[in-house]
Design a protein around this ligand. Structure first.
Ligand code: C5P
Length: 232
């Protein structure tokens, strides 16, 4: 898989999601299904979107004991999704078990990527509540290295961290990056944002874009603009 734009389908129902996807006609963007839509509609929505011809990143951020995560990955990769994720904080043993679970009967495997520290976690909260006293960027890079050692395909990170992650984990280790906004666009609750063009320059492999596309007056035009800026 090469560089691509992934649309975050942050909708709460099948109806709203399909009405949105219908606007794209024959275009079949790579999409991300997160907890909200998955918990509302279950695996049926994943199957339906897959049947429509979309690539799918199922963003459920698994974190449990290795055996449980392995079994859950078996179920999820059986849906035929292209990308799945988990928390690197679950340890290398959990990530390795997840990879074993993600192998489908024919030998194909969904890409498995890791969340390092959530972007909503500050240095202060990490120190006081998680008792992790190292600098946050060092923690993020260390978790990325553990994910690479466990054999994962990449991490979710900020485009601003993509270069450091590639330097530490190799150019082929994927950086899947949210926090993207058009120049002059509404930032919303994201704090550190970059444009699609800047994300490309910084070396992101995939950008994950939600509201700048889903809330746009013309979502198809906004998606095409993202692709033009990021993929070229
Ligand atoms: O609407 P927006 O473009 O901010 O959506 C970004 C998407 O990426 C959302 O689905 C959000 O949950 C997800 N995400 C994020 N930051 C992370 C991890 C995931 O924004 N660190």
């Amino acid at each position: 898989m090469g560089k691509d734009v992934i649309i975050a389908l942050d909708f709460d129902s099948r109806a709203a999601t399909l009405a949105f996807l219908d606007r794209f006609g024959e275009d079949k963007p790579f999409v991300k299904i997160g907890m909200e839509l998955y918990y509302a509609e279950g695996p049926a929505i994943v199957r339906e979107i897959k049947e429509r011809g979309h690539k799918i990143f199922l963003d459920l951020k698994l974190h449990d004991i290795p055996n449980t995560v392995k079994k859950a990955m078996q179920v999820l990769s059986g849906l035929g999704v292209d990308m799945l994720n988990l928390h690197a904080a679950g340890t290398k043993a959990m990530m390795e078990a997840a990879l074993e679970g993600a192998v489908r009967p024919g030998g194909a495997r969904s890409l498995v990527i890791a969340v390092t520290q959530l972007t909503s976690t500050s240095q202060e909260r990490m120190e006081e509540e998680l008792l992790i006293e190292k600098p946050l960027d060092q923690v993020v890079l260390h978790y990325a290295q553990c994910a690479a050692q466990a054999g994962l395909a990449g991490v979710v990170c900020s485009p601003l961290e993509a270069g450091k992650v590639h330097a530490a984990c190799g150019a082929g280790f994927l950086t899947v990056t949210p926090g993207v906004r058009f120049a002059g666009g509404d930032v919303g609750d994201q704090v550190r944002v970059t444009t699609p063009a800047k994300a490309k320059e910084l070396g992101s492999d995939y950008i994950v874009v939600g509201r700048p596309i889903t809330q746009a007056e013309d979502p198809v035009a906004a998606y095409r603009r993202c692709v033009a800026e990021f993929v070229g």
